[in-house]
Ligand binder design. Structure first.
Ligand code: ARG
Ligand code: ZN
Ligand code: CA
Length: 243
């Protein structure tokens, strides 16, 4: 990687109702949130507890809107089996997935906020799906998931990050500097949240890869940054983007 990583982003909007046909401004607000959260310029970055101020990361990756595709559909919900990513199945195929981050905005259903494909999967389904209700700065009606952090969390997965609890009790997220967590945390836990995983330590509930409310998550770590950067290096699964 020579210079800064700037990721072109194509948005694929699938709508049945006018509300699902999110505005260009709403789309841009998600790009803006990603740019802030991945450069540690988010307004709440200063809330990072002192014990982690030395490892709170400026990931140094930015995003630029490269296009918006819109398609009217009759589907009321799309599920999590990638139909929205296929023109044949009524959705929209991804645009240049080896060099572009594709986002789909649609109604997923089942209470799912979003889902992502990890690096190394099929290019035909590569990208991130965010329910239209939680896309960008989505307004009070979508609280507590209205600050665009579903996008930040899902793009974290797309860049190879695991959940901070490792999807197991006191599990391993494959990142050395994130403290072990018992399980997913929700809401806005008061700091310090003492873990029941040993040895005694505080859980990093404000990490984007936890399940806390949007207002309660505001940091990646340097270890997560390194794991993300690795996929863009020569030989990595997203090397075509990392110029
Ligand atoms: N449940 C989703 C996932 O596992 C996303 C959770 C996002 N959390 C949020 N505060 N927006 O990928
Ligand atoms: Zn997740
Ligand atoms: Ca860890």
């Amino acid at each position: 990687v020579n210079g800064k990583i700037v990721i072109p982003v194509v948005i694929n909007v699938l709508y049945r109702t006018a509300t699902e046909n999110i505005s260009d401004a709403q789309i841009q607000s998600q790009i803006d949130v990603l740019n802030k959260d991945f450069t540690a310029t988010n307004a709440d970055f200063g809330s990072v507890p002192a014990e982690w101020s030395g490892i709170a990361a400026n990931v140094g990756i930015t995003f630029e809107l490269a296009g918006i595709n819109r398609k009217a559909t009759t589907k009321t919900s799309w599920g999590t089996r990638d139909a929205m990513k296929s023109t044949k199945k009524g959705g929209l195929d991804p645009t240049s997935p080896s060099t572009t981050l594709n986002l789909w905005a649609c109604t997923i259903g089942g209470g799912i906020l979003g889902y992502a494909q990890f690096p190394g999967g099929s290019s035909s389904t590569d990208g991130v799906v965010i329910d239209s209700k939680y896309f960008g700065l989505s307004g009070a009606g979508s609280a507590p998931y209205n600050l665009g952090r579903t996008g930040t969390h899902e793009v974290g997965h797309w860049m190879n990050l695991r959940h901070i609890w490792g999807d197991a009790s006191c599990g391993n997220d494959l990142v050395a500097d994130t403290p072990v967590a018992k399980t997913a945390n929700y809401g806005d836990p008061a700091y310090p949240f003492v873990s029941t995983c040993l040895p005694v330590h505080n859980e990093m509930t404000m990490n984007y890869m936890d399940y806390t409310d949007d207002r309660a998550m505001y940091m990646f770590t340097n270890g997560q940054k390194a794991r993300m950067a690795a996929i863009f290096t020569s030989g990595g699964p997203r090397a075509a983007i990392g110029q």
